[in-house]
Design a protein around this ligand. Structure first.
Ligand SMILES: NC(=O)C1=CN([C@@H]2O[C@H](COP(=O)(O)OP(=O)(O)OC[C@H]3O[C@@H](n4cnc5c(N)ncnc54)[C@H](OP(=O)(O)O)[C@@H]3O)[C@@H](O)[C@H]2O)C=CC1
Ligand SMILES: CC(=O)N[C@@H](CCC(=O)OP(=O)(O)O)C(=O)O
Length: 343
């Protein structure tokens, strides 16, 4: 049995961590923070988690790093907040999984350019892994800090990684993603206000989203890639559907492509290949799966791949627990293996 704490327990990813950890046979949840709701029962803020014995008596606590001593700490905090808290947890020798983007880049210049944030600095002598198990499992095993990937990068990277690794596409990849509104976090804004989102689809940060360098950095580790990325806000609560466009530079047909993807992901418990190409958001809702489809090549050699994930599960809290399982030597699927909600 291990103990886990959550910094940022009132947010959407914090709530999902609680929901999923409640179902994990080897984890006790110890310390869950909220600055605003300290002293209140966690089920008051997350009423959908009522009736679960493991969570029933938990109350939110203030953020006091001195009091946290669990085997693993999840930081489900905004960018900029994690970079203040994580170094203190690392200093105490604790294992940390950070859901924010604060430790995804070694080059801290990226934070100023793409996040508009001044970084507090690199953590010297600490083993940090980028927490995408499908590409970095060996580094995650003995990392002290896991930088959990962004939601868009998870779906985008998994959709095209085999093509980049096998060098069968041209360098330029255009990634178009539609996301649910829960990706924006629990605090309502004008952008996420129901009448502004409903019955519309809105592209945002059309060429400037911070996930562009994250996707490109990871693909460049396995091959050549130049990424153009545009996110769109869609009137759904959860899920990210990604469509990736690229051009093949070698003769390859659909059957060979499917074979390549099946081989690349053959040992991956959370990647499902859809030979008919038809992935869906409902099919992954609430699950830790990334579904991959598309596999269509047109007369001009344009190849279109698609992927779907639940942004709060494989795109955040589920992937964080997958990483925890790897770090602590548990079966990787523990607490995470269930199907989607279709229809
Ligand atoms: N939503 C998503 O789909 C995804 C989110 N992420 C990332 O995960 C992180 C959490 O996201 P999400 O759950 O959506 O965010 P929310 O805004 O829903 O929740 C943020 C949580 O952090 C707490 N918090 C805010 N500021 C601080 C601070 N300075 N110190 C301590 N606690 C703080 C808040 O609680 P309180 O104010 O009560 O203390 C709240 O519980 C973010 O970095 C986000 O970018 C990553 C992938 C997907
Ligand atoms: C709808 C919406 O606003 N989505 C968020 C994605 C959040 C996320 O997963 O990414 P990080 O962990 O890098 O913040 C956005 O586009 O900023």
């Amino acid at each position: 049995m291990i103990t886990a704490s959550i910094i940022g327990g009132t947010g959407y990813t914090g709530g999902e961590l609680l929901r999923l950890l409640a179902n994990h046979p080897y984890v006790d949840v110890e310390y869950v923070t909220s600055r605003k709701e300290a002293g209140k029962k966690i089920t008051k803020i997350h009423p959908h988690l009522r009736g679960i014995k493991k969570l029933e008596n938990l109350e939110f606590m203030d953020v006091d790093v001195d009091k946290i001593d669990s085997d693993v700490v999840f930081c489900a905090t905004p960018h900029g907040a994690s970079m203040k808290i994580v170094p203190q947890l690392i200093e105490k020798g604790l294992k940390v999984i950070d859901l924010s983007g604060d430790y995804r880049f070694e080059n801290i210049g990226v934070y100023e350019e793409w996040y508009g944030l001044k970084h507090t600095g690199v953590l010297e002598g600490i083993k940090i892994a980028y927490g995408l198990p499908e590409l970095h499992r060996d580094e995650i095993i003995d990392a002290q800090l896991v930088a959990n990937p962004g939601c868009f990068p998870t779906g985008a990277i998994l959709a095209v990684a085999p093509l980049v690794k096998e060098n069968i596409i041209e360098e330029r990849i255009i990634i178009d993603s539609k996301t649910g509104v829960s990706g924006a976090g629990v605090n309502p804004t004008e952008t996420t206000h129901f009448p502004n989102v409903n019955e519309d689809i809105t592209p945002y940060k059309i060429t400037t989203h911070r996930h562009t360098p994250e996707i490109e950095k990871e693909l460049k580790k396995i091959g050549n890639a130049r990424v153009s990325f545009t996110p769109h806000l869609a009137p759904i609560t959860r899920g990210i559907l990604t469509t990736a466009h690229t051009f093949v530079k070698k003769e390859i047909n659909k059957e060979e492509l499917i074979k390549l993807y099946k081989k690349f992901y053959k040992d991956e418990p959370f990647v499902r290949i859809f030979e008919d190409g038809k992935v869906s958001l409902t099919g992954v809702r609430g699950t830790n799966f990334c579904d991959i489809g598309g596999f269509e090549i047109d007369r001009n050699g344009r190849l279109v791949m698609t992927s779907s994930i639940d942004n709060l599960v494989k795109g955040a809290s589920g992937q964080a627990i997958q990483n925890m399982n790897i770090m602590f030597g548990f079966e990787e699927t523990l607490g995470l293996l269930f199907g989607g909600l279709k229809p």
